[in-house]
Design a protein around this ligand. Structure first.
Ligand SMILES: Cc1cc2nc3c(=O)[nH]c(=O)nc-3n(C[C@H](O)[C@H](O)[C@H](O)COP(=O)(O)OP(=O)(O)OC[C@H]3O[C@@H](n4cnc5c(N)ncnc54)[C@H](O)[C@@H]3O)c2cc1C
Length: 390
């Protein structure tokens, strides 16, 4: 029996789900809000772990292609002290394949492959339990029925309300992202400082991380503790000791004003590290939100969630990995199901497994964020000492 299956969202979760179903010759409708594959910048680099994201790619038959594209050298990690001295410098062995990096755009294209995505399909609501299955409503007023709707539509999921009333809450840590292009040719000193992978500096309640992507592109992340509306009065919220550049309210769309505010916030940090902010292009504000952990719900026949829609957690290198593995695992279970009861039982069993695993990671990453953006910067280094191979 062929079930009518839709996945809402063409991110790592939705595409892994669709690609594994495709491999099993099962039809699936991928509904993506973006009008086209390149409608917006795909974002930074992702490290895919051996037992998580790489396992998902293996289930999709894409592991060899991933290995050809990924950057094992990107696993390198360097931590600098406040004097610019190197405190830690981990370099992967030549054969180290535990967590190689891949650009998000490359991963998206790898997963997309032959998939026929329906672009420009913004889902507004999902209604389970109608006579004809689960109804999907679209922003343009259309609606369509399916036997199973999988919500892989990220942090602000429109599918989630069909199974749960949980909403994301702010963690108290925010992030401003910027980037540098062609770093090896244009900023060779910074290129050497960053090395082949990531470089980080940890201070009191704030940190700066630079991460190499492919093609000489570098993403820079400035993270700090602040109330959500800190930019309305940065001087009051970020400390009167950093007055210059923090007066008045900050327009987050004004590149030079954001640069000045960040330079004030990180005043006194090593000069080469501040150059990352001086040379950064546009700045994007991305406060960290999370869902309650663990996030579970009473099973609703015909609807389930994957990835950030199910368990939004702090960005400590695992969200996309879990999203992909869940997508691949659910697809395998669904492909093995025959009748409607079988399908429902497969989804129910999958949810139990996902909740247990994601709940553990959500707790770990929440504790990790506390240590990475901490009043005691030694906590951040200790965290890396615990997880990096010695
Ligand atoms: C700065 C940062 C760094 C990170 N680094 C890492 C890392 O190194 N490793 C890692 O594993 N994770 C990392 N993460 C986490 C990772 O980005 C997410 O966990 C992952 O993208 C979740 O995948 P997803 O498919 O569930 O959701 P998303 O990637 O958010 O994809 C959701 C998709 O659904 C679409 N969509 C949304 N709403 C609708 C709608 N109403 N209708 C139709 N389509 C819709 C969106 O356009 C999008 O394509 C990082 C996160 C951040 C913020």
């Amino acid at each position: 029996m062929r079930h009518r299956i839709a996945v809402v969202g063409g991110g790592p979760a939705g595409l892994a789900f669709a690609r594994v179903l495709h491999r099993r010759d099962r039809p699936v409708t991928v509904l993506e809000r973006d009008p086209a594959r390149d409608a917006r910048p795909p974002g930074g680099t992702l490290d895919l772990h051996e037992g998580l994201g790489q396992l998902a790619l293996d289930k999709a038959g894409l592991l060899a292609e991933f290995q050809a594209l990924s950057r094992p050298e990107g696993q390198a990690m360097r931590i600098l002290g406040m004097g610019g001295e190197i405190l830690r410098d981990w370099r992967p062995r030549p054969d180290e394949r535990a967590n190689p990096e891949i650009d998000r755009g490359q991963l998206r294209d790898l997963l997309l492959g032959p998939l026929d995505v329906r672009w420009g399909q913004a889902v507004t609501e999902v209604v389970p339990g109608t006579g004809d299955g689960v109804l999907v409503r679209f922003a343009d007023g259309r609606q369509e029925a399916f036997d199973l709707v999988v919500g892989a539509d990220g942090a602000w999921s429109r599918v989630r309300p069909a199974v749960s009333s949980a909403t994301p809450h702010y963690t108290g840590v925010t992030l401003i992202e910027t980037s540098l292009d062609d770093v090896d040719a244009r900023h060779p000193g910074l290129a050497r400082l960053i090395g082949d992978g990531s470089m980080a500096v940890y201070g009191v309640n704030r940190n700066l991380v630079a991460q190499r992507n492919s093609g000489g592109h570098v993403k820079v992340y400035a993270q700090f503790r602040a109330p959500l509306d800190w930019h309305t009065d940065p001087h009051r919220h970020l400390g009167p000791d950093r007055r210059a550049g923090l007066d008045g309210s900050l327009d987050l769309t004004d590149t030079e004003a954001v640069r000045a505010a960040l330079l004030a916030l990180f005043d006194g940090w090593p000069a080469p590290v501040l150059n990352l902010l001086r040379h950064g292009t546009a700045f994007a504000h991305r406060p960290h939100y999370v869902l309650p952990a663990p996030h579970t719900w009473t099973h609703v026949p015909g609807v389930t969630l994957l990835g950030d829609a199910a368990h939004l957690m702090p960005p400590l290198g695992v969200g996309a990995n879990l999203a992909m593995l869940e997508g691949a695992e659910l697809a395998e279970s669904v492909a093995a199901a025959s009748g409607p009861e079988d399908l429902d039982e497969a989804v129910r069993a999958f949810e139990e497994r996902m909740w247990a695993r994601a709940g553990r990671w959500a707790t770990m990453t929440a504790a990790g964020l506390e240590r990475l953006v901490s009043p005691d910067p030694a906590q951040a280094i200790a965290l890396f000492d615990e997880v990096q191979p010695s």
